[in-house]
Design a protein around this ligand. Structure first.
Ligand code: 13P
Length: 285
């Protein structure tokens, strides 16, 4: 089927009380592994590219062509989402090229500036029926926000959420509740009270970033508390690099590049199969 919007997939997830995995990919192997898993589980899936991954793969049109070509014969809902973009012009290029969802991350700006930039992106994307995710609070990398008070200060203030959602018209909101991008040095402590307060104040689908390394029971509890989209990136990136590292070491004379990188497809598939089970999205077409 044609690519679908984030809005439609997350509306179903909210109604059904499950989460949908959003997986970062950087090339053919991981993209195919993610689609293989979603197909096997009959699950909706969100494929995401960072801005640098788009450049790496040859630009938005190349990415759209790849994902449309890999998925248009599949019977599962597939969303192609641009992750953490800060430049509205680049987002517009992705919208024009056929992405069905984009994230504007203006969380480094002031609250009012975040609203203004997010509104601009929503008004552009809406004309083409493309969904928009925005961020309130600061997620950051795990190396940032080292002390507890800085970490608290960066979290989403529930009181801001209704105003932000109403004034921007977004389709999904990334909230900072204690996760961060990359590998964690210590187990993350998710602020479920904050999440519950946010959930009670808005109906907008919520997004959990920094899924790599989140303890499995915390994923389940997050979904029970109202998270609809769960982002996982680093775990798959590491899986791809580790696969290549091991194959190169084990087959030092191999000249067929496919025999060195191809296993990343099945290894990524196995990770995503497990995430789909955890998030409960299998069989939810
Ligand atoms: P991880 O790389 O920590 O899994 O986070 C992914 C993410 O949130 C992408 O926006």
């Amino acid at each position: 089927m044609p690519l679908v919007t984030l809005k439609s997939v997350l509306a179903d997830a909210q109604q059904g009380g499950y989460g949908v995995g959003a997986f970062n990919f950087n090339g053919i192997e991981d993209a195919r592994g993610i689609l293989d898993a979603a197909t096997e589980k009959r699950s909706p899936v969100i494929l995401m590219t960072s801005v640098s991954a788009v450049a790496y793969m040859g630009g938005p049109r190349a990415v759209v062509g790849l994902i449309r070509g890999l998925s248009d014969h599949l019977e599962i809902p597939v969303v192609l989402h641009l992750d953490h973009a800060e430049d509205p012009r680049f987002i517009a290029q992705c919208v024009d090229s056929g992405y069905t969802s984009v994230m504007i991350d203006a969380s480094k700006l002031s609250y009012e500036e975040n609203i203004a930039v997010t509104r601009e992106v929503v008004s552009y994307a809406r004309r083409l029926g493309v969904s928009v995710e925005a961020e309130l609070g600061r997620l950051g990398g795990r190396e940032e926000q080292v002390n507890v008070s800085a970490r608290e200060a960066a979290m989403t203030d529930p009181a801001d959420v209704p105003d932000f959602v109403a004034r921007t018209g977004i389709d999904a909101l990334a909230v900072a509740i204690g996760t961060a991008h990359g590998f964690y040095k210590e187990e993350p402590k998710l602020d479920f009270d904050r999440l519950t307060r946010i959930r009670s104040l808005t109906d907008v689908p919520l997004v959990l970033h920094g899924g790599t390394g989140v303890p499995e029971p915390d994923f389940i509890r997050s979904i029970q508390c109202g998270m609809a989209k769960i982002n996982v990136g680093t775990e798959l990136k590491y899986c791809c690099s580790q696969t290549v590292r091991e194959n190169v070491a084990g087959k030092p004379t191999e000249i067929d590049i496919r025999k060195l990188v191809g296993d990343a497809r099945t290894n990524c598939r196995d990770i995503v199969l497990h995430k789909i089970d955890l998030f409960g999205s299998g069989g939810k077409l």
